[in-house]
Design a protein around this ligand. Sequence first.
Ligand SMILES: O=C(O)c1ccccc1N[C@@H]1O[C@H](COP(=O)(O)O)[C@@H](O)[C@H]1O
Length: 194
Amino acid sequence: MTQIKLCGNFRLQDVAYLNQVQPDFDGIILAPGHRRSVSRELAQMMRAQLASNIPLVGVFVNQSLAEILSYQGIIQYAQLHGQEDEALVAAIQAHGLPVIQVMTPKQQVSTQAAYRLVDAGAGSGQTFDWQQLTPSTTPTILAGGLNATNLEQAIHQGQPAVVDISSGSEINGVKDLVQMQILVEKVRKQVCHH
Ligand SMILES: O=C(O)c1ccccc1N[C@@H]1O[C@H](COP(=O)(O)O)[C@@H](O)[C@H]1O
């Protein structure tokens, strides 16, 4: 049963869209300085307005343990999208916050994180050869340039536990309700074919 994470949401309007289309995860960028970065205040408002059944994933890039843990209560997962090591994964999880550990297709390593996320870029819409995904005992999230056109093929070839989409849910750089609806429908239909 492949699930779907819609990531890089940055407006309260996006939360309204998410509540309508009901993905399995919502992701927000908590690393500063990126186009889709959100403030702590906005993150708090997003969590308050997001449907309670949708976990909120905070995306971090090389940030400290203290900073990541300061978001506990707002986020349900920490996604580590930099060069974070397993010691940090263990420390975060020891505090009760599950981790999504990001790795590149060329450096697929084992992790004690709740999920591993294999991505060729970081919200850049860059794809890779999904047949490069190696088997893992850790559930795999497949990311990188997924969109309504290539999603079904990516699921078929990569057989991930979760697909993660940011750029592919946008039109002209802004999250789009119709794109989100199409993506979630495609994943739900794909599940029925398995
Ligand atoms: O989206 C960003 O700006 C971003 C910044 C820093 C780290 C990760 C970021 N995005 C994440 O990258 C993957 C794949 O995105 P895409 O579908 O290729 O656009 C996803 O997890 C994004 O949230």
